[in-house]
Design a binder for this molecule. Structure first.
Ligand SMILES: Cc1cc2nc3c(=O)[nH]c(=O)nc-3n(C[C@H](O)[C@H](O)[C@H](O)COP(=O)(O)OP(=O)(O)OC[C@H]3O[C@@H](n4cnc5c(N)ncnc54)[C@H](O)[C@@H]3O)c2cc1C
Length: 491
């Protein structure tokens, strides 16, 4: 009985993992066992942390620590486009901030693509880098004006833009953009820099002491003069207060088999976006189809969202290769935060789903901060900026957090029919997931980060936090921050 109901709600015959996951280098580098004293500590081995280490590789006494495996965070679940055509960002920035900011952002994204290409060429990284035409399209009449405005902006910056008008959609496209395999890229950096990387090494808290930072792990501490936080969502609230400056957006993806690679990638004008790209390997072609993006505070029913992707792209069950979801941090003004939080303490976050370009760029910027060199685009991404859209989103984010907090507590039991089930043990909320072998997996369902109730993601079999995107396995191991603690039930 349970199995039948369950199948009505999830997609069949699919592996809940990203298309890139099979290629992740799963051989773990050593973990930190003893205390260390270093010049610079980078926390987080995603595209941002690894790129930073790449630019700092010749600096003595610089190390990177990664809680799990390098590349296993948000970067593992990206679509892997390297493009400056990002919906209609330049029109939005012009309208919301000013024309100069839009021009600077365009320059930063083109610069980042050049950086990525340079690293890939110099290090001979085989990561399926492929030049493709990027499209932004719409089938809504009211969005045509915005699309035209994006075209005009790009042309004012001497970019050749194609305009297409078809019966059922309009589009703009540019040709100097790329797609790649993000994990082959991070694997290569991990191999290149392995002497300076420690994996399975999580930082739990940081304290300032006598002008240095003491970074505590479970059984060790690292004393560092300079710290770079590249862990996607910082695990501390103060002094940066990211939950008040951003919200989390979740998207759902299905990779399906296709017969050929048309060498294009695309995205719609506005949210919730449809976004796609193709990937070719060993003469097999796949299309990654993304849809149903939403604020995590607004919708927490994962199974429904996966079904929406399937319907939007008319995907046949037998063509599905893998399914997965991913989250990114969206800032009020759509610009990342890259810079100094306090003396010798730096962060890069809030990539607004464009962290391939921005993560690599952040790597170069953060290295220049540390080396006290001139930092490109410093003012554009400064943490100290304040504009109307940031202030406006501040209140929205507060309300959103409250909605996630209350909503998660209110809905969870109704959605899941018979699995998982919930109960209270010694006053604590516990969720029980029963697997296909009838084994019961018990976890506490309150997120250790800020107390939101966790949602069970039926498709990927994880416990997800709707407020700040922490994720836990069915046995309670924390597999994505900002939480630094597990939720395993202890009798
Ligand atoms: C659906 C979706 C599609 C996207 N597609 C694109 C795209 O096509 N192009 C593009 O440019 N961008 C895209 N992005 C955005 C991009 O994937 C992300 O912005 C980027 O991967 C973030 O990289 P990161 O290095 O900052 O974070 P991560 O990859 O998450 O790396 C952070 C690392 O820090 C580690 N960590 C966390 N806490 C600790 C701790 N306490 N101690 C030690 N280590 C810790 C984690 O384990 C993790 O490995 C997409 C995002 C989403 C959600």
């Amino acid at each position: 009985m349970y199995i039948n109901i369950h199948f009505l709600h999830t997609l069949r015959m699919v592996k809940p993992m990203s298309l890139w996951e099979k290629d992740l280098n799963k051989t773990s580098l050593p973990r930190i066992e003893n205390d260390k004293d270093v010049e610079t500590l980078i926390i987080g081995g995603g595209i941002t942390g690894l790129s930073t280490l790449y630019f700092l590789q010749h600096q003595q006494n610089t190390i990177l620590v990664e809680a799990n495996l390098c590349g296993s965070g948000v970067t593992l679940k990206t679509t892997g486009k390297l493009t400056y055509l990002q919906n209609t960002i330049y029109t939005d920035l012009t309208n919301n901030i000013d024309y100069e900011t839009a021009v600077d952002y365009l320059k930063s994204q083109k610069y980042a693509i050049c950086l990525a290409k340079k690293i890939i060429e110099k290090e001979h990284i085989d990561c399926n880098l492929e030049q493709v035409d990027s499209f932004v399209f719409t089938n809504k009449k009211k969005e045509i004006k915005k699309l035209k405005s994006e075209k005009e902006f790009l042309e004012s910056q001497n970019i050749k833009v194609n305009w297409e008008e078809k019966k059922d959609f309009n589009s703009i496209s540019v040709s100097d953009t790329f797609v790649f395999h993000p994990i082959k890229y991070t694997n290569a950096l991990k191999e290149l820099l392995k002497d300076k990387i420690y994996e399975q090494t999580k930082i739990l808290k940081i304290k300032k002491h006598q002008g240095k930072y003491i970074c505590y792990g479970k059984n060790f501490k690292i004393i560092a003069k300079k710290v770079i936080v590249a862990c996607h969502y910082p695990f501390f609230f103060y002094p940066f207060c990211l939950p008040l400056k951003s919200h989390i957006e979740k998207s759902y993806m299905i990779a399906k088999k296709v017969t050929k690679n048309p060498k294009i990638s695309g995205i719609t004008v506005s949210n919730p976006a449809l976004s796609f790209r193709f990937y070719e390997e060993n003469k097999k072609c796949y299309q990654i189809c993304l849809a149903s993006s939403h604020k995590t505070s607004k919708d927490q029913n994962d199974s429904k969202n996966f079904r929406i992707v399937k319907e939007k792209y008319d995907i046949k069950e037998e063509d599905i290769v893998s399914v997965w979801s991913n989250v990114d941090i969206i800032t009020g003004d759509k610009l990342p935060f890259i810079g100094e939080i306090k003396k010798n303490f730096y962060i890069a976050t809030g990539f607004n789903t464009w962290g391939m370009t921005n993560g690599i760029l952040a790597g170069e910027m953060l290295s220049k901060f540390v080396l006290k060199e001139k930092v490109p685009f410093k003012n554009l991404f400064t943490l100290k900026r304040s504009n109307f859209y940031q202030i406006k989103s501040f209140f929205g984010n507060m309300i959103g957090s409250a909605i996630s907090f209350i909503g998660s507590k209110k809905h969870q039991k109704e959605w899941y029919h018979e699995n998982p089930t919930f109960l209270k043990i010694k006053g604590k909320s516990v969720g029980i997931y029963t697997d296909e072998h009838n084994k019961k997996h018990l976890v506490y369902t309150t997120c250790p980060h800020m107390g939101c109730s966790l949602i069970f993601n039926e498709q990927e079999k994880t416990w997800d936090c709707p407020c700040h995107s922490s994720r836990f396995s069915i046995d309670g191991k924390c597999i994505k921050g900002p939480s630094t603690k597990d939720i395993s039930y202890k009798d």
